[in-house]
Design a protein around this ligand. Structure first.
Ligand code: 5GP
Length: 217
């Protein structure tokens, strides 16, 4: 029998970069909160943005809220893994936490748009899993944006216009879900994450584990 104390850890794995994209109001923010609450191995990537803070948001928790000059100097310093204009403001994903998480075998969740997903995919395709969440209907999307009560009517109208163009990118994603029911959608995201973690290529510890398995029965 193999001595378990000297066995390599078969569960050692590479971290996973999980991208969740959807038009605003499709439930992505709620799903990502629920996912992290249920799974402590997942941390959230905190983006930087030049958009104003909404009521209830906390600096450095929801976003790093910076002004245009601050954002520009982060670009100039090469701090972003990706950045893009969304709704006339700039949003960017800091590079440093990604490197640290991949190295430590932790998973990071990204709430970014299709532009950011394309850029991340180009830079770190193999470690990335992309999920797109569709609303059940445009009427329901409009209802959810109004129910949220955080944006003015003209901002909501603009978000509805942009939703159609965001949805146009659904086919660029690995997985596509329809969020009719929040609990079901969460269970689907959890199933995707569980399966992706078990991919052979994400489990480098298996090579040594299986070698011991057969060589030291
Ligand atoms: P909100 O202003 O509602 O928080 O976000 C607006 C949009 O910006 C959402 O679709 C969100 O996914 C996207 N977004 C947030 N952070 C980033 C980021 O760092 N990069 C990119 N490309 N998009 C982001």
């Amino acid at each position: 029998m193999a001595d378990p104390s000297s066995s390599p850890d078969p569960r050692r794995r590479r971290g996973l970069l999980i991208v969740l994209s959807s038009p605003s109001g499709a439930g992505k923010t709620t799903i990502s909160h629920m996912l992290r609450e249920a799974d402590p191995e997942i941390t959230m990537s905190v983006s930087a943005t030049t958009r104003p803070m909404r009521p209830g948001e906390v600096d450095k928790v929801d976003y790093h809220f910076v002004d245009d000059a601050g954002f520009q100097s982060m670009i100039d310093d090469g701090d972003f893994a990706e950045w893009a204009y969304v709704f006339d403001h700039r949003y960017g994903t800091p590079k440093a936490p990604i490197k640290a998480a991949l190295k430590d075998g932790r998973d990071i969740l990204f709430d970014i748009d299709w532009q950011g997903t394309q850029q991340l995919e180009a830079g770190m395709g193999e470690d990335l899993v992309s999920i797109f969440i569709l609303p059940p209907s445009m009427k329901e999307l409009d209802r959810r944006l109004h129910a949220r009560g955080t944006d003015r009517d003209d901002v909501i109208a603009e978000r509805m216009r942009r939703a159609a163009s965001e949805i146009g990118h659904w086919a660029e994603y690995d997985y596509v879900l329809i969020n009719e029911d929040m609990d079901r959608c969460l269970a689907e995201v959890e199933a995707i994450v569980a399966a992706e973690r078990l991919k052979r290529t994400r489990q480098p510890g298996l090579v040594a584990f299986v070698r011991e398995l057969v060589e030291r029965p």
